[in-house]
Design a protein around this ligand. Structure first.
Ligand code: IPE
Ligand code: IPE
Ligand code: MG
Length: 277
């Protein structure tokens, strides 16, 4: 089903319109989807129920990004450190991922979403790896939202891997140490196909990156909310985007030197954000 045919409330529709027309929208949004366990614990449920509920948020946020024309969405779904969790939780997360891809692939494809992945994916169970590859291959030619799932991902792991390949290429004579630039390093990372993240959202109130996109996040705007991931839905994403459009990104320059296009007046912003409550 095409998402554009689905009915939305008039408030959401109006906000989508404002965001689509904004010249200050991020190209790349990344999210650290945290707080599933706590969401379940406060409801006296087992942790895995939190992960299950979190999948609804994934659906909602992917669709919301696609509908306002975000080009890249990167979701931190499973870190390389998360392998240290109890085996039953890891197994549950893997089966959830597999069923998400199986269930959603047709709809994602129908909505022009291109699926990619970053991380040590050969560590994933066979079933997950296979469906992931199928999703990547099937959606490769889509030119709508690029949805990247960070799975078994760690930024330090990726940097270490890239350094190893760089060293090997120097040894093979493919690269000379004098030519090594920041750009070269970016090109050797698994994230080379995407622009750096403009906005990184983290739910559950933790103010840290937890080994996510360390190189790429150099100038990302950070947005931390106390909401737990399973409660975070389309309107909360739009709230974050509205806040982002009001930020001034200086990249080391002075305020007078940067001109990032017109911001919406504060009153409009307040009205829109109130409509999201
Ligand atoms: C995020 O939620 C999901 C993954 C890390 C896979 P958590 O499972 O970390 O939830 P909390 O932080 O324990 O509440
Ligand atoms: C970060 O969450 C990883 C993901 C959301 C996939 P964690 O819950 O694993 O992070 P820490 O351990 O609290 O830093
Ligand atoms: Mg956590």
């Amino acid at each position: 089903m095409s998402w554009s045919d689905e009915p939305v409330s008039s408030d959401i529709e109006q906000i989508q319109k404002v965001l689509r027309a904004s010249q200050r929208l991020p190209r790349h949004v990344a999210a650290i989807m945290d707080g599933n366990g706590r969401w379940a614990e406060v409801r006296s449920m087992p942790r895995f129920e939190g992960h299950r509920a979190g999948m609804e948020s994934v659906r909602s946020v992917v669709k919301a990004c696609s509908q306002v024309g975000i080009e890249y969405l990167t979701l931190y779904a499973f870190s390389i450190e998360n392998w240290k969790r109890p085996a039953p939780e890891v197994r549950f997360l893997m089966s959830l991922l597999e069923s998400y891809l199986r269930k959603e692939l047709d709809e994602l494809h129908a909505n022009n979403v291109r699926i990619r992945t970053i991380g040590k994916t050969n560590a994933l169970p066979r079933g997950v790896e296979k469906i992931l590859q199928k999703a990547i291959d099937r959606t490769a030619a889509n030119d709508g939202l690029t949805l990247t799932l960070a799975l078994s991902y760690g930024a330090r792991w990726d940097i270490q891997r890239a350094m190893q390949v760089i060293a090997l290429d120097v040894r093979r004579g493919k690269l000379s140490p004098e030519d090594l630039t920041e750009q070269t390093i970016s090109e050797y990372l698994q994230t080379s196909y995407m622009p750096d993240p403009d906005l990184i959202i983290r739910t559950s109130g933790e103010i840290r990156l937890s080994n996510f996109l360390l190189w790429e996040a150099a100038y990302a705007e950070l947005y931390v909310t106390d909401m737990l991931w399973p409660d975070f839905r389309d309107k909360d994403l739009y709230n974050a985007l509205l806040e982002y459009t009001q930020r001034e990104r200086r990249f080391g320059k002075t305020s007078a030197q940067v001109d990032q296009g017109k911001r919406s007046p504060q009153t409009t912003m307040e009205r829109l954000r109130n409509a999201l409550k």
